[in-house]
Write a protein that binds this ligand. Structure first.
Ligand SMILES: Cc1cc2nc3c(=O)[nH]c(=O)nc-3n(C[C@H](O)[C@H](O)[C@H](O)COP(=O)(O)OP(=O)(O)OC[C@H]3O[C@@H](n4cnc5c(N)ncnc54)[C@H](O)[C@@H]3O)c2cc1C
Length: 448
C-alpha cells in the first residue's frame, strides 16, 4: 500500500457562534428539528437510520465529532490514533460532507467530546428528534445512553446499520447465539438479507445557511476514505478484475494488494455497508457465475457478522483478560517485550515484517494478523489485550467486534473450539514466504 499525503482543511465551526442566530427562531416554532450523529456509518446509501430520521423532521443538522474514533477506543489503548487510520477517517468524513452538500445539507464538524457537544446542540437548537446508528461497542452504547439520560425529551431513532442481519432475522434469541462460528454460520447463511436502500434524493433543509466548503481536498495513494472510494474498490475487485473468482486461493497472501478484497477499511467506518457488499456479490454471481471463491467472500462476511453479534451478546467480557470463556491465561504484561513486538524487533523475522507493514501502511493481511497475534500470546507470553489495543490504534480497518473477537480467539479465551491455536512460525514462514520476498521487502535483505 502506498503512503499518501492528503491535504484536508476541515471546517472548524464554533457551536456557540452558529446557534446564536437561529436559537430564538426555532425555540417557539412547531417545526420538528432532527440531529443526525454520524459514527460508524459514514455514508448516505443504505443508511436506513439516517433515512428514517429524515422522514420524520422538517429541519436537519448533521454532525460528526472530530477524533471520535479515539473516544470509542478501549482503556488499554492510550496512544494516539495511527496516522493512516486518522487520515482515512478524516477523508471519509470530508467526503460525506461533499455528498451532503450536493443535497443542500452539510456536515457540522465539532471538536468537543461527543457527549457534551451533542447535548449542547440538542439544547441550543431545540432538537426534537435525534438519529444515530445502533452499534454494539461499549463506548458507543454508553455515549448514547448518556445523551438519552441528559435529554430525555428528545425522540431517538436508532437502528443497526453495521450488519447483514437485523436482530429479528436471527433464528435464535441473542442470548442463545452459538459460542463458536460454525453452528452460527449453518443457521444463518441462507437467511435472506435486506437489499441496500438508496440514498435519499432530497434531504430536510439545513437549520443554518451552509458554511463554506473545504477549500482544498486532494488525495493520493491507493487507499482513500469515503463512500465513493469504497464502492470503487468493491466494483473493481468484482466486476473490474474478476479477482473474486480466485479469492479462496489468494486470500492468505501476506502482501499482495489484489489477493483479498481490502474492503475492511470502508466496512469498518461504514462508508460501505455489508449489505451492499453482499448484494454486489450476488449480482456478480448471477451475471458472471458463482464458484467456491465467490461464496467464500460471503463466508468471511459471516465471520464479521458473527463477531458483531458476539460482542452484542457478551459485551464487557470481550475485553476481559479471561475472555468470554473465563479461562485465565498464563501470560502477563512486559513493557519491553511489548515494545519490541510493536516496533517489529522480535526474534521472528516474519512477525517483524508484518509489524513493519502495519506501522508503515495501517494494514496487515489476515494471515499476518494471525501470526503476530499467535506470537504475542504463545511465544512472547504477553497479555493479549495489549496486542488488541495496539491493533485498535493502528489498523485503518479497526472494528471493535472483529478485532477483539479475533484476538480472544487466538488467545484461547474466545470463540475458538480448539482453545489453543499456536502457529508454528517457521512452518508458516516456509509456506507463506518461501522465497523471503515479503521479509526482504519490509526488513531489507540482511535482516531476514
Ligand atoms: C488478530 C486479528 C485482528 C483482526 N482485527 C480486525 C479488525 O479490527 N477489523 C476487521 O475488519 N477485521 C479484523 N480482522 C479480520 C481480518 O484480518 C480482516 O478483516 C481482513 O484481513 C481485512 O482484509 P480484506 O478486507 O482484504 O479481507 P477479505 O479477506 O477480503 O474479507 C472480506 C471481508 O470479510 C471480513 N473478514 C474477513 N476475515 C475476517 C475475520 N477473521 N474476522 C472478521 N471479519 C473478517 C472483513 O470485513 C473483510 O473486509 C482481524 C483478524 C485477526 C486475526
Amino acid at each position: 500500500m502506498d503512503q499518501y499525503k492528503p491535504t484536508l482543511i476541515l471546517i472548524h465551526i464554533s457551536i456557540d457562534l452558529i446557534v446564536l442566530g437561529t436559537r430564538l427562531t426555532f425555540m417557539k416554532s412547531k417545526l420538528s428539528i432532527g440531529l443526525y450523529w454520524f459514527r460508524h456509518d459514514l455514508r448516505l446509501t443504505d443508511n436506513r437510520t439516517f433515512n428514517k430520521l429524515c422522514s420524520e423532521v422538517d429541519r436537519l443538522i448533521c454532525v460528526y465529532v472530530k477524533g471520535q474514533e479515539k473516544e470509542f477506543r478501549s482503556s488499554f489503548s492510550e496512544g494516539e490514533t495511527g496516522r493512516f487510520k486518522h487520515k482515512f477517517e478524516q477523508e471519509s468524513a470530508v467526503e460525506l460532507d461533499i455528498a451532503l452538500r450536493k443535497k443542500k445539507q452539510y456536515l457540522l464538524f465539532v471538536d468537543a467530546p461527543a457527549h457534551q457537544s451533542i447535548v449542547d446542540l440538542i439544547e441550543n437548537y431545540s432538537i426534537t428528534h435525534m438519529g444515530v446508528e445502533e452499534h454494539p461497542g461499549i463506548y458507543e452504547t454508553k455515549s448514547l445512553d448518556a445523551i438519552q439520560a441528559s435529554c430525555p425529551h428528545v425522540q431517538y431513532i436508532t437502528d443497526i446499520s453495521h450488519n447483514l442481519f437485523n436482530e429479528s432475522d436471527l433464528p435464535f434469541e441473542l442470548g442463545n447465539l452459538p459460542e463458536t462460528f460454525t453452528p452460527f454460520r449453518k443457521r444463518v447463511e441462507n437467511i435472506s438479507i435486506d437489499p441496500p436502500i438508496a440514498a435519499l434524493l432530497e434531504l430536510p433543509h439545513a437549520i443554518e445557511p451552509m458554511p463554506q466548503a473545504p477549500e482544498e481536498l486532494s488525495f493520493s495513494g491507493r487507499v482513500r476514505g469515503g463512500e465513493v472510494a469504497g464502492n470503487e474498490q468493491l466494483n473493481k475487485y468484482l466486476f473490474g478484475t474478476d479477482l473474486i473468482k480466485q479469492y479462496k486461493q489468494t486470500r492468505n497472501a501476506l502482501d499482495d494488494w489484489d489477493s483479498s478484497s481490502k474492503l475492511s477499511m470502508w466496512l469498518a467506518n461504514g462508508s460501505l455497508s455489508a449489505r451492499t457488499v453482499y448484494h454486489t456479490i450476488k449480482q456478480y454471481e448471477s451475471q458472471r457465475g458463482e464458484n467456491e471463491s465467490t461464496y467464500w467472500l460471503y463466508f468471511e462476511l459471516l465471520w464479521r457478522e458473527y463477531y458483531q453479534w458476539y460482542l452484542a451478546k457478551h459485551r464487557g467480557k470481550l475485553f476481559q483478560f479471561s475472555g468470554v470463556k473465563q479461562i485465565t491465561p498464563s501470560t502477563n504484561f512486559n513493557e519491553n517485550t511489548f515494545k519490541r513486538w510493536c516496533d517489529g524487533r522480535t526474534k521472528y523475522p516474519i512477525v517483524n515484517a508484518c509489524m513493519l507493514q502495519l506501522n508503515q501502511t495501517g494494514y496487515m493481511s489476515n494471515r499476518g494478523r494471525q501470526l503476530v497475534a499467535s506470537c504475542f500470546v504463545h511465544e512472547l507470553g504477553l497479555d493479549w489485550r495489549y496486542g488488541a489495543a495496539y491493533f485498535e490504534q493502528q489498523l485503518i480497518d479497526h472494528d471493535v467486534a472483529s478485532n477483539w473477537g479475533n484476538w480472544q480467539y487466538l488467545a484461547g479465551v474466545g470463540a475458538d473450539p480448539q482453545s489453543h491455536r499456536r502457529f508454528n512460525l517457521a512452518k508458516q514462514t516456509a509456506t507463506y514466504d518461501p522465497d523471503a520476498v515479503f521479509r526482504k521487502k519490509w526488513l531489507g535483505s540482511e535482516q531476514q
